[in-house]
Design a protein around this ligand. Structure first.
Ligand code: SAM
Length: 299
């Protein structure tokens, strides 16, 4: 991320690896000085703006449109929220620095989107994200990881885009690398943009009824991937694997998961078969519910 102003700290690998831990240690040392000692405030993520071409790619990747509500975590001068509003969405930016909040409000007014945008001086970790259809961030790897459990608990289908940094072993659904010649740090003048779609929770035992007989689907989940076995009307269990795209579970044989023969529309602990072909034909149209325990008959 390039340095963008007088007192603004350029965000580099060096900062992240060396300076940030030192600041945290300084904070801890200060806090340990005694009961009355005030901890030194540490701004976890320095202010560096996302270049316009990267902002456009973030919003494009998340397919932001009218009807969306975009929340930018650590919104800087408001550019991502304002660009989202220009595409017809509503937006909220939360930012710790009051000067940047004031700048964002003025920028939104100038851009003619003040009625569709809000900017709050607020800690991103204290922000309720439940209303977001899209969450955007240009933070740091550790901060993304700290946010990950909150993001995974959001409504299935919520799109999350991050500039440059990923979320550890939750692999993005899509990543794009774009040339950013104006980037002033790093040897490669590129930015990465990652997109995740919050997956529904599917792990457990699902109970359905196929042609009058019981069908069971037992799944393990790792983020947007699921695998397990299906048993249809008393036949031997067959392995399945697939992918969770928001509130849609697409399953197929593990050898050819892309050719998903079974699709379920998920709604909390209920699901409805929307596609059933090949060896899954008997499951056409059936409804499923997730068992509370480990036995469909006990529910
Ligand atoms: C790298 S800048 C990104 C600015 C803007 N989102 C963009 O992409 O152009 C990160 C911003 O997060 C803000 N920030 C850091 N920690 C924060 C926190 N805990 N809550 C809210 N904002 C925070 C910083 O002040 C900074 O403006």
């Amino acid at each position: 991320m390039p340095p963008q102003g007088g007192n603004r700290i350029p965000l580099t690998g060096l900062l992240h690896t060396f300076l940030f831990p030192l600041l945290v240690l300084a904070t801890a040392a200060s806090a340990a000085q005694g009961e009355g000692a005030r901890p030194v405030f540490v701004e976890e993520v320095p202010y560096v703006t996302t270049p316009d071409s990267v902002t456009a790619t973030m919003l494009e990747l998340a397919a932001v449109k009218a009807g969306d509500h975009v929340i930018d975590l650590g919104s800087g001068d408001g550019r991502i929220v304002i660009a989202a509003a220009r595409r017809g969405a509503t937006g909220l930016g939360v930012e710790l620095d009051p000067r940047l909040v004031a700048e964002s409000l003025a920028n939104a007014k100038r851009a003619g989107v003040a009625d569709r945008t809000r900017f709050l001086e607020q800690d991103l970790f204290e922000t309720d994200l439940a209303t977001a259809t899209v969450v955007t961030m240009y933070l740091l790897p550790d901060v993304n990881l700290k946010l990950r459990p909150t993001i995974l608990a959001l409504r299935p289908g919520t799109r999350v885009v991050s500039h440059d940094w990923d979320m550890g072993d939750w692999k993005p659904d899509r990543s794009v690398t774009l040339a950013v010649p104006e980037k002033s740090i790093g040897l490669a003048k590129t930015s990465r943009v990652h997109l995740w779609i919050v997956p529904a929770r599917v792990e457990g035992l699902w109970c359905g009824a196929a042609q009058g007989a019981a069908a069971t689907l037992r799944l393990k989940q790792s983020y947007q991937f699921a695998q397990g076995e299906i048993r249809i009307a008393g036949a031997s269990p067959a392995p399945v694997s697939g992918r969770i795209g928001g509130a849609v579970l697409a399953l197929g044989k593990p050898q050819s998961p892309a050719a998903a023969g079974l699709r379920l529309g998920l709604r909390g602990t209920n699901a409805q078969t929307t596609v059933a072909s090949g060896e899954f034909t008997a499951l056409q149209g059936i409804a499923w519910r997730r068992a509370r325990g480990d036995d469909c008959r006990a529910d």
